[in-house]
Design a protein around this ligand. Structure first.
Ligand code: NAD
Length: 420
């Protein structure tokens, strides 16, 4: 097993490796080892029983060299500052690899939102927004949904920010409801991007899409949509998992039926899903099921030294951020497995967030077809650049992606570093 897993150390190790491969002097990238700004807030909330509870929250900006910072907000009981720092840095690299004009940031609140009432969740969100207000704004730092946050929560953030400003500011968040300036196609964008990347890697390896056996870990926004779109494109989704465990069917699962079941209410989990020929399995069995493609779309540290050698899939498309530890990654590489890395594979969300922000600034409304076409174009261009870089340097796609991203960030940093 890994020594104590720290996502920030993980990020630093990958950054260091990519910088060495590019033969960059340390002066060129040393600043990227540290976030530009870290804000920690203590958020008091009046609970339904009248008591006051204080929650820990963060907003961390990693780099603004290429534009305003951009990054989601996560609500999770286990978040810590190093995780948010890593997620913020990954956002800088992600925006650079798909070449959209943003830097990277991330926010989080240490909370299990399932334990709060809707009223408490709303108060928490509004108070958190007020407390991070000096950092955010359409020209400064633009939040979006992440684990356990959604369009409704983004709507509350947008409304709170607008109240303080005294006028409506749609561009302060992305992934908000369409009724208040959200973009068509944003909800599906990350999963759609994962589907494009899965198709691309299959094409590159000369494998068919039709009948390809796929595993998806995580049935939330990213995993659920990726499973649905891959299912619709002819893949056979043999296993899916969530926080409670997973389900398996050799002949392929009925994904629309599973998603309809999970959508019944927020309490529904796969552990209680039953259907003819469907086997209930553990989280480890989800990752190690017999399949061609594995899509981790839950949390970090899922593909670690403990499980990596049991993984049968030859292709891994990282829907989640940081699902693979550095050690496990080396073992995957040694085993000849192809990994489409997170900063490329799950970038569809931030690409359409960028489109949403552009629409907000220009007061335009694109139709969904336009959004999806533009997303596909950017994702495929980025895939090709990463693929070519990894071939040119005889390295993994992860290293290829980091090299493409790092090169862009370092160039921007150099242009902007004239001020003493
Ligand atoms: P979500 O909250 O909608 O869904 C998370 C899913 O993971 C749920 O099905 C949950 O049950 C499952 N899960 C949680 N803990 C688990 C565990 N220990 N084992 C197995 N399954 C577990 O979150 P999301 O928005 O789909 O985000 C998933 C991942 O994708 C995260 O790493 C996130 O940072 C990343 N991501 C999200 C977006 C986005 O647009 N939402 C964009 C890029 C990357």
């Amino acid at each position: 097993m890994e020594q104590k897993y720290n996502p920030y150390d993980n990020m630093l190790e990958v950054l260091e490796r990519a910088a060495k491969m590019l033969e960059l002097p340390e002066d060129d990238y040393i600043a990227l080892k540290y976030p530009e700004r870290e804000l920690k807030v203590s958020i008091p909330v009046e609970m339904d029983d009248g008591s006051i509870k204080v929650f820990e929250g963060y907003r961390i900006q990693h780099s603004s060299s290429r534009g305003p910072c951009k990054g989601g907000i996560r609500y999770h009981q286990d978040v810590n500052v190093d995780e948010v720092k890593a997620l913020a840095a990954w956002m800088s690299f992600k925006c650079a690899v798909v070449n959209i004009p943003y830097g990277g940031s991330k926010g989080a609140i240490k909370v299990n939102p399932k334990e709060l009432s809707k009223k408490e969740l709303k108060s928490l969100t509004r108070r958190y927004t007020a407390m991070i207000l000096p950092l955010i704004g359409p020209e400064k730092d633009i939040p979006a949904p992440d684990v356990n946050t959604n369009a409704e929560i983004m709507g509350w953030i947008m409304d709170t920010y607008s109240m303080f400003k005294g006028y409506t500011v749609p561009g302060v968040v992305t992934g908000k409801p369409v009724e208040i300036g959200g973009s068509l196609g944003r909800k599906e964008a990350t999963g759609r991007g994962v589907m494009f990347m899965t198709h691309e890697i299959l094409h590159r390896l000369g494998l068919p899409v039709l009948g390809t056996r796929v595993i998806v870990q995580g049935m939330g926004n990213v995993g659920g949509i990726a499973a649905k779109l891959l299912y619709e494109s002819g893949c056979k989704i043999v296993a899916v998992g969530d926080v409670s465990g997973g389900v398996y069917k050799k002949e392929g699962l009925d994904i629309p039926k599973i998603l309809a079941y999970l959508a019944l209410d927020s309490e529904k989990l796969l552990v209680s899903y039953e259907d003819k020929g469907v086997q209930n399995i553990t989280n480890e069995q989800v990752l190690t099921a017999d399949a061609d493609v594995l899509i981790p779309a839950a949390l970090e540290n899922q593909i670690n030294s403990g499980v990596v050698n049991k993984i049968k899939a030859k292709i891994i498309v990282e829907g989640a951020n940081g699902p693979t530890t550095v050690n496990a990654d080396k073992l995957l590489e040694a085993a000849g497995k192809k990994v489409v890395p997170d900063i490329l594979a799950n970038a569809g969300g931030v690409v359409v967030s960028y489109f949403e922000w552009v629409q907000n600034i220009q007061s335009l409304m694109w139709d969904e077809e336009e959004v999806n076409k533009a997303l596909e174009k950017i994702m495929i261009r980025a895939f090709n650049e990463v693929w070519d870089k990894s071939k040119e340097m005889n390295t993994s796609m992860r290293m290829g992606a980091y090299m493409v991203a790092l090169d862009r960030i370092v160039k921007a940093k150099k242009i902007r570093s004239v001020f003493p």
